[in-house]
Design a protein around this ligand. Sequence first.
Ligand SMILES: *[C@@H]1O[C@H](CO)[C@@H](O)[C@H](O)[C@H]1NC(C)=O
Ligand SMILES: *[C@@H]1O[C@H](CO)[C@@H](O)[C@H](O)[C@H]1NC(C)=O
Ligand SMILES: *[C@@H]1O[C@H](CO)[C@@H](O)[C@H](O)[C@H]1NC(C)=O
Length: 230
Amino acid sequence: MERHIQMFLKRLSYVSITIGTITFILLLLKTPDTCVAPDSPPKPHLRFPKSSCDSSPRELLPLHKKNKRLWSTKTWQNKVQSFSNFFRACYQMGLLHNDSKVLCVSAGAGHEVMALNQLGVADVTGIELLDSPPLVSRADPHNLPFFDDVFDLGFSAHFAKAMFPNRFVSEMERTVRAGGVCVVVVDECGDEEVREIVDLFTNSSFLGALNVTLTGLRMTRIIMKVQHLP
Ligand SMILES: *[C@@H]1O[C@H](CO)[C@@H](O)[C@H](O)[C@H]1NC(C)=O
Ligand SMILES: *[C@@H]1O[C@H](CO)[C@@H](O)[C@H](O)[C@H]1NC(C)=O
Ligand SMILES: *[C@@H]1O[C@H](CO)[C@@H](O)[C@H](O)[C@H]1NC(C)=O
């Protein structure tokens, strides 16, 4: 009986040692998750460090190939075209210039960023909770990682999805300089709802509202001029 138990214990310890050794070797072989520095320096008005760790799972697929495929689809191009038409109107109103610094909040996959770039606006920053490099960086619309007064135009086509509209608006107003504009587009609505949205902008004056078609949807465009009242 005792010999049996001894043999059993011996075997058990061999098994444990083998498992332990294999685990140890596997741990040694596993490459550490080191963060490498971003290859391009962040824009000067960005406050947060950007690390390649954020996008490491995606780098398994070459990003430029993925983007090339996405950007060549008809759906993508139609949406970008629609945003281009929308922003052309902003040029005509004198609210947007090629040298404007533009912030696109909740920019999704970045259609509006691409549209602005194609029109000739070089300095466009797109942010969204999920990044879509190179067009859109990751940031929280309710806590923008930018200094005050750095943008000439703040834009959002997804304001209606904001979890905290007050906070969303005050962050837009904070980062847009006095004299700059905030342009938000919401599902087509009447004067009452426009008034409600306008009232959220405590540091801006109302420039106008217009029903427009954007990406095939009937929307209402609201433009506010930032003033930074004390
Ligand atoms: C803005 O940039 C676009 C593209 O580079 C150019 O065609 C256009 O003439 C520029 N507009 C102005 C007013 O400079
Ligand atoms: C937009 O359309 C709605 C009807 O859907 C109308 O009530 C509203 O007055 C229009 N707004 C403007 C600014 O024309
Ligand atoms: C309005 O602007 C002033 C001055 O920049 C700032 O102190 C204040 O907090 C702003 N108000 C809101 C609600 O963001």
